[in-house]
Write a protein that binds this ligand. Structure first.
Ligand SMILES: Nc1ncnc2c1ncn2[C@@H]1O[C@H](COP(=O)(O)OP(=O)(O)OP(=O)(O)O)[C@@H](O)[C@H]1O
Ligand SMILES: [Mg+2]
Length: 227
């Protein structure tokens, strides 16, 4: 459900790791723009900088140069406390791996995530999120006792439960079988249909097909788009 307005805009984003002579320049002026309510997939070869870009969009790391606006705000110029607030409230993040706290249950993973954000952890609402993701049956289970598919769906529930403006997901179907991947993508389509903006990295052409638009990344830049 795309509505008017740009929710996220990055320009000239560059990022390198390490110091000379071992400096690794990963992003070279990456630019992208996402509209409110849009579902965007990002594809590209391994190592081209997709996760690095997503971490910058999720305010978990800073680019060396460039400009980043989220909901019309220049987030790179914002104070560290404003960035922390936005990281907690505006974006929801599904990491490529290691998504959940391993020593607590699925239910408590959501409750802790909500409390960190200063939000009420309502038990019925938490269960409703798990149910919506098809994982209500693991509510009381630690993630060490879940299948990979269950873990991934609980991670999506954690990322969505605080109702972020933008869901950033790094290969959420990467370790799922086709049935679980299809079910996760169905959930993404359904939350997107109710207005959730999604940016999803994927290696799967079938997963990318679910998006409104596919961005192709190569050598640290967005090189093209499906439309
Ligand atoms: N913290 C880090 N320190 C040093 N180099 C890093 C770091 N994170 C990533 N890199 C390097 O940056 C490059 C891009 O990594 P990134 O994780 O963004 O790639 P990717 O496109 O997400 O790949 P994949 O599809 O395999 O997940 C790689 O060469 C990687 O080795
Ligand atoms: Mg990656």
């Amino acid at each position: 459900m795309i509505t008017n307005g740009t929710i996220l805009r990055g320009e000239g984003l560059s990022k390198s790791y390490g110091r000379p002579p071992a400096r690794n320049e990963v992003l070279h002026g990456a630019a992208l723009s996402v509209r409110r309510g849009e579902f965007v997939a990002v594809m590209g070869p391994s190592g081209c900088g997709k996760s690095t870009l997503l971490h910058i969009l999720g305010l978990m790391s800073r680019p060396d140069t460039g400009r980043l606006e989220i909901e019309g705000r220049d987030v790179l110029a914002a104070s560290e406390s404003d960035r922390t607030r936005m990281r907690r409230r505006v974006v929801g993040f599904v990491f490529q791996r290691f998504n959940l706290l391993s020593s607590v249950s699925a239910r408590d993973n959501i409750a802790i995530s909500l409390r960190i954000r200063g939000l009420k952890a309502d038990r019925a609402e938490i269960l409703a999120w798990l149910d919506r993701m098809g994982v209500a049956h693991v509510a009381k289970r630690k993630c060490t006792r879940m299948s990979v598919g269950e873990h991934q769906r609980v991670a999506v529930a954690v990322a969505l439960a605080h109702r972020p403006s933008i869901l950033l997901a790094d290969e959420p179907t990467g370790s799922l079988d086709s049935a679980n991947a299809e079910s996760l993508l169905g959930l993404f389509r359904s939350v997107n249909a109710s207005g959730q903006t999604i940016v999803m990295i994927t290696h799967s052409p079938a997963a990318a097909e679910c998006a409104d638009r596919i961005l192709y990344m190569k050598d640290g830049r967005i090189e093209g788009s499906s439309i």
